[in-house]
Write a protein that binds this ligand. Structure first.
Ligand SMILES: NC(=O)c1ccc[n+]([C@@H]2O[C@H](COP(=O)([O-])OP(=O)(O)OC[C@H]3O[C@@H](n4cnc5c(N)ncnc54)[C@H](OP(=O)(O)O)[C@@H]3O)[C@@H](O)[C@H]2O)c1
Length: 279
């Protein structure tokens, strides 16, 4: 599927986001420009990085080298947990702009709510300022539970366009997705393939893949896409980047989707946002 034909999801502020992109968590800073360059060549247009990943400069280098019009690229980055609070957040954002080498960021997210600091509402107000200044097109959050989201909305009146959360067949987040839908918040799945665990080797998933004529990773990604999730699978391998992007062309039926949904274990692979703190 050509980049121009890839599906996009509307955001509540009038922008839109590609439904499938590349995540670069744990991509070595020195390798990032090559990895992102390969992804852009394959047709990826959404790149998901974070201040905490230490590789924004490599993302910026690949964007500059790609020669693609800025309007065709979608850049997401996230505020480091060490920079909550208005002034820290604004300063940290300036650093991202410099490292990414862009004059606006498409989507800026609060990476973790950090309830022990209790600064996420103040931080969110700084995000609203950044959007009003035009330096960020869209503002959202990551790892927010329903309670944290409700408090942001109640205290600021500004609903995040998107919440990026751990979500995969083992932890499908049905309740939080329903809350997102009711509020018009797009769900973005991190760890969509189960973060290199043995999820993709599950025989029930392998069965579906054989029936459909695709790979287990493609089954999982298509399952996400069919629910309306944005997905950002990470790979440093161009063959897997192409495989993951080709999930856009896979078709599942109701029985296939039900077989994937039956893998639910109700268990996270990553930290619980209610307790995650800066160490
Ligand atoms: N907001 C947050 O707190 C948060 C937390 C975690 C992640 N994220 C974001 O979400 C993105 C994705 O999550 P993730 O990187 O943790 O995990 P993931 O995308 O679920 O899994 C990545 C792992 O799967 C492997 N892989 C990729 N494609 C594959 C395929 N087709 N077949 C088999 N294995 C495959 C990768 O190995 P190779 O690279 O060797 O191919 C890597 O080990 C991150 O990169 C990051 O941008 C956000």
């Amino acid at each position: 599927m050509t980049a121009a034909m890839q599906p996009r999801l509307p955001l509540r502020d009038g922008s839109s986001i590609p439904q499938l992109g590349l995540g670069v968590y744990r991509v070595e800073p020195a390798a990032t420009a090559d990895v992102v360059g390969a992804a852009l060549s394959c047709g990826y247009r959404l790149i998901d990085t974070a201040q905490g990943y230490g590789n924004e400069a490599g993302v910026g280098e690949a964007i500059a080298a790609s020669g693609l019009p800025r309007s065709q690229l979608f850049t997401t980055t996230k505020l480091t947990s060490r920079a909550h609070g208005r002034d820290n957040a604004l300063r940290a954002f300036d650093g991202s702009m410099q490292r990414l080498g862009v004059d606006y960021v498409d989507l800026f997210l609060i990476h973790w709510p950090l309830p022990d600091l209790d600064l996420y509402v103040e931080t969110w107000r700084a995000f609203v300022e950044l959007q009003q200044d035009g330096r960020v097109r869209s503002i959202g959050v990551s790892n927010f539970t329903e309670g944290f989201l409700q408090r942001l909305i109640d205290e600021t009146g500004v609903v995040p366009v998107l919440n990026q959360i751990e979500l995969h067949p083992w932890f499908p987040q049905r309740q939080l997705r329903e809350f997102h839908d009711a509020q018009g918040i797009v769900t973005e799945a991190w760890g969509p393939l189960g973060q290199g665990s043995d999820l993709l080797q599950d025989p029930r998933l392998v069965d579906v893949a054989q029936r459909v004529g695709c790979t287990p990773a493609q089954v999982v990604l298509r399952w996400h896409l069919d629910q309306g999730n944005v997905v950002i699978p990470k790979s440093v391998r161009p063959d897997r980047m192409r495989e993951n992007l080709a999930a856009l062309d896979v078709q599942l039926d109701d029985a296939d989707r039900a077989a994937v949904s039956a893998l639910d274990r109700g268990v996270r692979l990553g930290p619980d946002p209610e307790h995650f703190a800066v160490t």
